[in-house]
Ligand binder design. Structure first.
Ligand SMILES: *Cc1c(COP(=O)(O)O)cnc(C)c1O
Length: 368
């Protein structure tokens, strides 16, 4: 099985670039590093500590579990759990662990106040506003409710922040501007009501790069740290994460021989292949196979195959700094590589680009 390699130097470079760019946008812009989903696959503990060692002092996650884990790892920095919840046990855990709590509904507010009857603490709270994502947060139109709840919460908590979330900042500018306007409108009304909340944030990686004018005074950055974002940028971010393994077998296949699951590839000539025991699929691509009988998946497979005909969506591995095409599908633990005409030996090191987010957590992460 391969290992997932994270080049520390590249990651450090990305953090520095993002910090520098943030400073150029706004001298006092606060960076909240989002480390949800096992740190975007980089490993929650190691990645969070790496960020902190490189000057980040505010983390955010999307589940109570991950927020508590960070405390168990001994992390002392501020941690925002970005999803609001009205579940008693979850709120209790967050209060006990000094997690900054998101409140986005009357129910979550009531439950938090109820929990605080039994615990002598004054937690930090961020208020979440739904400006058109349709997930967590008070509807931006519910302004009276928002004002009333904030005033009540002020007696029990420190209301440190208020935020919202873009649904399509990597793509639709008009919609993003509309969400931003809705949010700033809420902020204005709050100010008129003498409610002053220090940290205001709506931006994520894409908006931070495309629309720095929407930064307010904090941004929540996730994918940009990995250099894996859907938008153009000139920050020179490096792509973080690749799988590394070695050639375990070499063999010759005749012309017209199928390779891999679902017969998606057939050799066009006599082909020398190298077998490499690594698969970033690790469940990801296999899901497709396991319910292959579903009509939807079949349609999806056909669409992908057609796209591949028109675009160079071939996948490659790197051996000794040279690219070699992968033949057929990537398996759970194996890839088949075309090395026709090449003099490569068993044991040669093979690298394959892989978004860490999709690499199963059972694969070892190596920071080097
Ligand atoms: C994931 C997430 C982010 C970070 O998004 P990126 O596009 O990866 O920077 C910010 N805010 C919330 C609420 C998120 O869930």
């Amino acid at each position: 099985m391969g290992i997932l390699v994270i080049e520390k130097q590249d990651l450090k470079h990305n953090i520095e670039q993002i910090k520098k760019y943030a400073k150029s946008c706004n001298e006092n812009l606060k960076i909240i590093a989002v480390v949800k989903s096992n740190g975007y696959g980089l490993g929650l503990k190691e990645y969070s500590n790496f960020l902190i060692d490189n000057g980040i002092d505010f983390l955010a996650v999307a589940s109570v579990d991950e927020s508590v884990k960070l405390r168990e790892y001994g992390i002392k920095e501020e941690i925002l759990m970005m999803s609001s919840t009205a579940i008693r046990e979850d709120i209790q855990k967050m209060v006990e662990n000094d997690i900054t709590i998101t409140i986005g509904s009357k129910e979550s507010k009531e439950m938090l106040i109820d929990v605080l009857k039994n615990i002598n603490k004054k937690p930090k709270v961020h208020i979440k506003i739904d400006t058109g994502f349709g997930r967590y947060g008070y509807l931006y139109t519910d302004i009276e409710r928002i004002i009333e709840d904030i005033k009540e919460l002020q007696q029990f908590c420190e209301i440190e922040g208020i935020f919202s979330h873009f649904s399509t900042s990597f793509y639709k500018e008009k919609w993003t501007r509309l969400q931003f306007e809705r949010f700033t409108e809420v902020l204005k009304i709050l100010e008129k009501n003498n409610i002053n909340i220090p940290i205001k944030h709506i931006g994520n990686s894409s908006s931070f790069i495309r629309f720095p004018e929407m930064d307010l005074n904090a941004v929540r950055i996730g994918s940009a740290f990995l250099g894996r974002i859907a938008v153009q940028n000139n920050l020179g971010l490096k792509r973080i994460g690749y799988l590394e393994s070695e050639i375990s077998e070499i063999k010759e296949l005749p012309k017209g021989w199928n390779i891999g699951y679902s017969n998606t590839y057939r050799t066009k000539r006599k082909t020398k292949i190298a077998l490499v025991p690594m698969g970033y699929a690790e469940g990801y691509h296999m899901k497709l196979e396991s319910d292959m009988l579903s009509f939807k998946n079949k349609v999806r497979d056909v669409i992908r195959a057609i796209k591949r005909l028109f675009k160079d969506t071939k996948l490659y591995v790197e051996i000794n700094d040279k690219k070699y095409p992968i033949l057929g599908r990537i398996g759970m633990y194996h890839v088949t590589v075309d090395i026709t005409g090449e003099d490569l030996k068993i044991g040669a090191i093979v690298k394959m680009n892989a978004n860490p987010l999709y690499v199963d957590s059972s694969v070892r992460r190596l920071y080097k």
